[in-house]
Design a protein around this ligand. Structure first.
Ligand SMILES: Cc1cc2nc3c(=O)[nH]c(=O)nc-3n(C[C@H](O)[C@H](O)[C@H](O)COP(=O)(O)OP(=O)(O)OC[C@H]3O[C@@H](n4cnc5c(N)ncnc54)[C@H](O)[C@@H]3O)c2cc1C
Length: 284
């Protein structure tokens, strides 16, 4: 049913008040790029909204030797302007393709993850880097691996009253090459029909290690661990990758929706693996 009246927005004075308000049924509001769209379309009808976008505990990025802690209310544009893309180039590749500048200025990483969309772009680097989600709620703080936090489309492990406070993003060892390809139906401002993100550790043309994350081809973003294993020791050349395309396609569990049919998603995913050939230094 379409909402007709205005929705009340409450601005808590601190984190504790925010938690209490969310516990009472208020819906967290950060950048509002999803909340307002869905309320307007009548998909969501929260009793009231709790604006958490300026809570200091949810803001800021702290760099440590072994990783970065990113506040949930940090926007995509702030992430792009930070040192994070220098340290972890996969974030630059992904964030530059997320929405348009206005969406990136407003939308936050916490909002993107809390949505738990299989097409949520920031989930790709978070899965690849094996990030942890730090939550805070009436019963205190928790920290969960991203793969345990996301349960299904629109479903997370958040308990009543809990909000995402931050993300712990460990730096992977070595200097992996980063790859991201997002397929959409338009040239700009599109949600992924499917996407592949990868980190590849190379020794010359031999793959030492690889991590692959697929978006929009299963109920959640998924890691293709079977293919990751098979990539180890192969050369980054077409004849070594081609036999694994079908295997990558077989890891998907796509659906048909307005953005594309399941068969297309499955077949195209396999072919995306060949995109890794661009990581060859001689072809870059
Ligand atoms: C035109 C357009 C283009 C877009 N393009 C893309 C795209 O290319 N890729 C993509 O991935 N997304 C895209 N989006 C979706 C959206 O912009 C992102 O998901 C964005 O990151 C959401 O963040 P937000 O701060 O605006 O979330 P909000 O709208 O404020 O909140 C979204 C949801 O998260 C919850 N929430 C927010 N913060 C927290 C928190 N800290 N703890 C717990 N729950 C929280 C809210 O209650 C709500 O359920 C697009 C949206 C629009 C309108």
């Amino acid at each position: 049913m379409k909402k007709t009246g205005p929705v009340e927005i409450v601005k808590p004075k601190d984190l504790q008040e925010a938690i209490a308000l969310v516990r009472k049924g208020g819906m967290p509001l950060a950048g509002g790029t999803d909340v307002f769209v869905r309320i307007r379309k009548g998909f969501w009808d929260p009793p009231f909204l709790v604006y958490i976008g300026e809570l200091p505990e949810l803001r800021g990025i702290e760099f440590r030797e072994d990783g970065a802690e990113v506040g949930a209310a940090v926007t995509h544009a702030e992430l792009l302007r930070s040192k994070l893309p220098q340290k972890l180039p996969i974030f630059r590749l992904v964030l530059e393709k997320l929405g348009a500048p206005a969406i990136r200025e407003m939308g936050t990483i916490g909002g993107n993850v809390a949505n738990a969309s299989p097409a949520g772009d920031t989930l790709i680097p978070l899965y690849l880097l094996e990030a942890r989600v730090n939550t805070v709620g009436p019963e205190g703080e928790r920290s969960l691996p991203i793969e345990e936090f996301i349960l299904g489309p629109g479903k997370t492990a958040l308990k009543p009253g809990e909000i995402i406070r931050s993300f712990w993003i460990p730096f992977p060892g070595g200097e992996p090459e980063a790859y991201f390809h997002k397929v959409g139906r338009r040239r700009a401002l599109y949600i992924a029909v499917l996407s592949l993100g990868a980190l590849v550790w190379l020794d010359g043309e031999v793959i030492q290690d690889a991590r692959l994350a697929l978006g929009a081809v299963a109920p959640t973003v998924i890691r293709a661990r079977g293919v990751e294993e098979e990539l180890r020791g192969r050369r980054l050349v077409r004849e070594d990758l081609e036999p694994l395309c079908d295997k990558l396609a077989a890891t998907t569990r796509p659906i048909t929706d307005v953005r594309g049919p399941d068969w297309y998603r499955r077949e195209a995913t396999g072919r995306l693996l060949l995109g890794l050939l661009r990581l060859r230094r001689d072809t870059a």
